[in-house]
Ligand binder design. Sequence first.
Ligand code: G3H
Length: 263
Amino acid sequence: MATRTPLMAGNWKMNLDHLEATHLVQKLSWLLRDAGHDAASVEVAVLPAFTALRSVQTLVEADDLPVRTGGQDISAHDSGARTGEVSGAMLARLGCTYACVGHSERREYHGEDDATVAAKAAAAHRHGLVPIVCVGEPQEVREASEHVAYTLAQLDGSLAGLGGEQVAATVVAYEPVWAIGTGLTCGADDAQEVCGAIRARLAETHGDAVAAQVRVLYGGSVKPSNVAGIMAKPDIDGALVGGASLAAEDFAGIVRFREHPTA
Ligand SMILES: O=C[C@H](O)COP(=O)(O)O
């Protein structure tokens, strides 16, 4: 059975200028080092705004901090007349590891559909970046108990065209839209239901070996107080954290989930 290193990724969204971002990453690193954090046991990543990536990356490299970086988005295109877009080559040149694609805020406010998300995931792979592909249902779909089918259809569409090796090197984040930034956490059992279904679908479409390698994250109001219960579930390999990743103490507490009780 594949060993999947847990990943805690902080999505800072449209918060923190480059000075605030470097301050936060430095504080987070100090807290983790003081706590004896073993970078090999839990991977930590931050997704700053594009304007802050260069400053954060410079600090990470200079001080050899135990933090990886990524973009919150990526262009589906590699270069050219695409005003406002940032290419995979640009992110890779900055030393990024990840590119988030298909976040529900991009889907809702920027009209991104599964085909766009799949094209962005492919662009990430073309440049050696790991896409964090976000999927998850809105509240009315959950209330209609159609959340599993809805999320799996999104998954299929968002990974369309990727080969098995690329899927194996992709991170999937299950983020029920109704739990994002609301304080409403999906219960750990409910999160496992969908994350388990995601892995089962990946096994059907790409085989057991690929499915066993994919890290499936949960996202939506993750906090130090609920992370241990979520991480105790067999198909959840980490968290995509919004609000709580903006406070170094809270994010460090999430990274150190093994020290918290699970209930
Ligand atoms: O990308 C992160 C998610 O949107 C979760 O955000 P949240 O932790 O503030 O609920």
